[in-house]
Design a protein around this ligand. Structure first.
Ligand code: ACO
Length: 429
């Protein structure tokens, strides 16, 4: 592989190696740049910065390609299920029948929260955001499994992954129940993963929640489509926390907090809130588009645009088709669907959005589907977090298992005061 030479006016030139990935992506390795020249690179938002080499997920934003461990997302969404995809991401291979059965059994065996952990929910006000509870409870979970937090290079990854993937679902459902003042509902061992999530949220002690197979299937698809997305904000957070040697639970808890923001996993909630405002007449479609284009406004068309996808988001395309199916099965209509289609139609033909390659992203239709199933808005990012968990675990492990990994510690260009003396309080104006 060739080198790249950077020429400097005030220091000697430096030759830097080029690294190439398996999909021919190229990067300039600047590891020696500062020690050799005194310069650092400045890349706010990391649009041009590769923070690591990773073998988990491949994404080509220009071509709309997304593959987990080499397998296209379209094939996984059609043929696999969430638990198999989780195993694929974490262990690198599609599991054998025997392995898949063992992992599923581990999830079933570990679905219940420790009874004491249940009492933590009583400490939250009834109107707490479920993402706050989720992040706090996942961190609290580590206190009940000290063995799994002891070593940085975790010995029993399979067990830790099973506990987290199974119990995040229980925590999510219990947070929902807590905000509604309803009794917690326990998982049923013979249920599938997604079926149990819906059961624990919507069943009541006197009334079992019956759900159509296609709806369980739709929830499973949503989780698969969210399962990993290489170095996004929350995953980079998980990796950064992992780089300090922090345990898996602590890193996942931080990832959940990063995901909560409206520019990331909170966008599905923000999309539906925007559509509801339009529906209630507080905003109209044209005004919404104008505001999104107005450089003096910080309003953005939620569910549109992506740092990496510049053509189409393959997940959004699958979800759009899934939305049609879900409404069909439920024999429901939702005025928000029409508004979403109208917004999408205008935006896709408006030069502002076309020139900037702004297309619907995964969040544009996921909230509409979840709303149709009866999931409240503030639980949308929680579904995203449940889906993203296997990816976070895989990335945490990639960092923790690498004996050459260093603590993440970016540099900065300082723009504050230069040195000045301390002024005693009586002399300050
Ligand atoms: N509405 C209006 N304009 C937009 C939008 C939008 N949704 N997204 C980007 N733009 C504009 C920007 O104003 C900018 O215009 P300029 O070149 O004239 O300054 C240009 O498009 C490029 O945008 P950036 O902000 O540089 O794009 P970036 O990669 O930093 O941000 C992001 C990506 C955060 C997703 C952005 O598109 C956005 O805010 N979208 C809405 C929120 C959203 O849907 N988030 C979910 C993302 S997907 C996920 O996390 C699962």
């Amino acid at each position: 592989m060739e080198n790249v030479t950077i020429k400097f006016e005030d220091s000697s030139d430096i030759e830097l190696p080029v690294v190439e990935g398996t999909e021919k992506e190229r990067g300039i390795d600047i590891t020696e740049l500062r020690s050799e020249t005194g310069y650092i690179t400045l890349d706010p938002g990391y649009g041009n910065t590769g923070s690591c080499e990773s073998s988990i997920t491949y994404l080509n934003g220009e071509k709309g390609v997304l593959r987990y461990r080499g397998i296209p997302i379209e094939q996984l969404a059609e043929k696999s299920n969430f638990i198999e995809v989780a195993d694929l991401l974490i262990n690198g291979e599609l599991p054998s029948k025997e392995r898949r059965g063992r992992f599923a059994a581990l999830l079933t065996d570990n679905a219940l929260l420790h009874e004491n952990l249940k009492h933590h929910f009583e400490g939250f006000p009834w109107n707490s955001h479920p993402m706050a509870m989720l992040s706090a409870m996942v961190n609290a979970l580590s206190c009940y499994y000290p063995v799994l937090t002891l070593t940085h290079r975790l010995q029993d990854l399979e067990m830790a992954a099973a506990i987290l993937i199974s119990q995040i679902r229980t925590i999510a459902a219990f947070s929902y129940k807590m905000t509604r003042g309803e009794p917690f509902i326990y998982p049923i061992p013979k249920h599938t993963y997604s079926e149990n999530l819906l059961h624990m949220m919507f069943s009541l002690p006197h009334e079992h929640y019956e759900v159509h197979d296609d709806i369980k299937h739709a929830v499973d698809r949503i989780l698969i489509l969210h399962a990993d997305h290489e170095q996004n904000c929350s995953t980079s957070t998980v990796r950064m926390v992992a780089s300090s040697g922090a345990n898996l639970f602590a890193a996942i808890s931080a990832g959940i907090s990063a995901l909560w923001g409206p520019l990331h996993g909170g966008a599905n909630q923000a999309v539906v809130e925007m559509l509801l405002k339009i529906h209630k007449g507080k905003l109209d479609v044209k005004k919404c588009i104008e505001m999104a284009k107005d450089k003096d406004s910080n309003f953005r068309l939620m569910g549109f645009g992506h740092r990496v996808y510049k053509n189409f988001d393959p997940r959004a395309q699958i979800l759009k088709g899934l939305a049609v199916k879900v409404f069909d099965v439920l024999k429901k209509t939702d005025p928000l669907v029409e508004i979403a289609r109208e917004l999408e139609g205008i935006a896709l033909n408006d030069p502002y959005f076309v020139e900037r390659n702004l297309y619907p992203n995964v969040d544009f239709y996921s909230g509409i589907i979840l709303r149709a199933i009866g999931v409240p808005k503030n639980m949308f990012p929680v579904f995203f977090a449940i889906g993203r968990l296997p990816g976070w675990i895989a990335h945490w492990h990639e960092v923790a298992d690498n004996i050459h990994s260093r603590i993440d510690r970016p540099r900065q260009i300082y723009t504050g005061y230069t040195e000045r003396p301390y002024v005693p309080i009586e002399k300050r104006s």
